[in-house]
Design a protein around this ligand. Sequence first.
Ligand SMILES: [Ca+2]
Ligand SMILES: [Ca+2]
Length: 271
Amino acid sequence: MRTLFTVILIAALTACQGSQPQQLPPPTVSEDTTLGPRTITVTATDSGGASSTTSRTVNVVNTAPTVAINAPFGGQQFFRGVNYTLRGVSYDPNEPNFQLACGSMRWISNVAGDAFPKTGCDVAASFASNGSRTLTLTGTDSHGGSASATVSVTVIDPPSNLPPVVNLTSPQNGISIGPDTVVKLNGTATDPEGGAVTLSWDVTTGYNPSMGTGFQTLPVTPAPNGDWKPSDSINYTSCEVSDTLRLRLKARDPQNNEGFDFIVIKVTRIC
Ligand SMILES: [Ca+2]
Ligand SMILES: [Ca+2]
């Protein structure tokens, strides 16, 4: 909104200058976060005391946020009693960093016995009863505008020997990077039966977060210090790139039961 006011004031000042342009100091604009109409008036006074005034009326409106669920994907199966991470993202042009505060992201379940609501961009959740349920993420901006996204998941009986519980901790879900941007891959995995875990990573291109499907799944081999960049795994043949990736950390226990956690990131390059 600061940008909006600045543009309008400069336009008004320009209009006042008439046929004899003069250098005016930039207007002092204080940030006003309230909504609604207001009239902005600029008055120019010359050295002889003659003055001229012009006004514009503007209406400051709020843009509603958008929210999306990056994990789980639609139809994902959860084992009863096991911890999983739900991950949401938002976009709002009026908010700092163009996103909602994670404290304004609220998750609920349509199953009354589930341990909800939960607040956060990434939240841990486990489910105590079998069956399908719809999870809803609602994000609310600082003016009360809101948006929701939903995903349906199914909770099933856990196997007698559980897969490792995986927690991908870096990079942050939802980030936007270039194909050659180096990020740190990090995460943990613990087998509930105490077995040794074997970790591996992969990346899926053209990923659709609501379907859980993508174009191609490729191996990821981070450097010993965890460094990795998308172009290490993906051969982008054109200069322009606009891709959505699922980056997944998998862990196998000694019985070959596999658990996983994943994030979704955007890869963009404008040429
Ligand atoms: Ca907004
Ligand atoms: Ca196990």
